[in-house]
Design a protein around this ligand. Sequence first.
Ligand code: NAD
Ligand code: UDX
Length: 466
Amino acid sequence: TTRVKKICCLGAGYVGGPTCAVIAYKCPHIQVTIVDLSETRIAAWNSDKLPIYEPGLDEVVFACRGKNLFFSTEAERAVIEADLIFVSVNTPTKKAGMGAGYAADLAYVESATRQIAEVAKSSKIVVEKSTVPCRTAESMRTILEANSRDDIRFDILSNPEFLAEGTAINDLLHPDRVLIGGLQTPEGQRAQQALAEIYAQWVPTDRIITTNLWSSELSKLAANALLAQRISSINALSAICEATGADIDEVAYACGRDSRIGPKFLKASVGFGGSCFQKDILNLVYLSEQLNLPEVAAYWKQVVDLNEYQKKRFVSRIIKTLFNTITNKRIAVLGFAFKKDTGDTRESAAITLCKDFIQENAQVRIYDPKVSDEQIFFDLSEPGVVNSTIALKKRVTIAGSAYEASDKADAIVIATEWDEFKELNFEKIYEKMNKPAFIFDGRLILDAERLESIGFRVHTIGRANV
Ligand code: NAD
Ligand code: UDX
């Protein structure tokens, strides 16, 4: 088999950065260069303050940066030198044109592929790391073969990434499985073997799965769809709980104890966020429609629709509880990231909540331990929310702590499950709030009984208020 000595990764984002940093960390004999189009992103990767927050990431990067791990904007050189190239560029949902709102925008994957074809002077293994619709590897292969010299060959692999943000480093160090799809030809299998050897440096070989290309591509969409579907299922049940007096945490626990169901990913919430679930399901919906399978498309679409419903349902419960108006009321939103332990806000439920509060003319005061003020204003300044940045800044302020956010507030809304919110001094918070003081727990992290004994009126997702 080919022994990989140099790796290049196109795309220094949430996936390319951590994934290839861990490869460098575990494989000191391999030189890893991560490149990106964005100079500021690369400069940040080369600085003391990395562009993404991820527990354990600093240690891994600082241990190998400058030794066998490099961040660069010089894509050409990195591609020429590499034996193996990861394509880990963004594949957002298309905003316009055919499949707008559903299909993945493959423009970045295609231009990265063309870039490889253009500059390569020797044979390469090209690894599709980005999440893509089924059969994208086929297009990549066609482009590479049509644009390259006769004396070099390209082997395409699909190696989807299953890391979750907030636990990325742990997920990469101890993956449940690594999936490597390849063409079932001797050359394809040799390439699969070469990539498997890299992971085998730290992943037990029985966790390295090889499949054909299409199974690998589809498994990524399928895994995310199945995970998101569990959340929408539990969130659908949470609505029944609120109407009946059943408690969603108790229901989830009772169901999860069935070993066939299992306890993970059954936490009710204000709705799932993140850059992947919605995008990948819509991608699967589009794929199903393209394949003339409308019933299948409708089935998966419902997972996303239920998630939207869950967010709306929470907002309307808040407004109803606050005597049907939140105009000029001060709402403290605790958490803005889409989950704890990340600064990422892509598709965060908090964005939807805040936009709805702004539309109702509330005064929104947001605190998140890891999201920057600029990011929050950027996420909320979409057209249609308010007319101008000045108007937005009148409605929204950013607080430096949960205490500051809740000062003189009418209600606290827990949007992200940061651990520090469990440890707050709620007696102190209660004193400074307007009365009656409401807490809406969108993440089921607070001890409602204790808070009620302080005087709060607590509303929790998946629990009725008597
Ligand atoms: P990201 O937007 O954080 O990073 C992508 C990077 O690629 C950007 O910095 C962009 O500038 C760069 N880029 C685009 N074209 C390039 C080119 N031709 N050359 C060099 N750089 C280029 O995205 P991400 O979150 O890292 O996701 C990347 C892919 O991985 C997506 O397909 C996503 O669906 C998938 N994925 C993401 C996660 C996650 O948790 N974020 C998990 C699994 C899979
Ligand atoms: C997800 C997949 O888990 C990962 O395997 C894939 O590679 C990328 O997409 P990520 O989006 O980073 O990872 O985080 P995840 O932990 O899956 O959480 C996604 C959203 O679901 C978050 O908003 C989270 O708060 C929410 N969630 C998760 C719930 O509401 N309930 C749960 O039980 C679990």
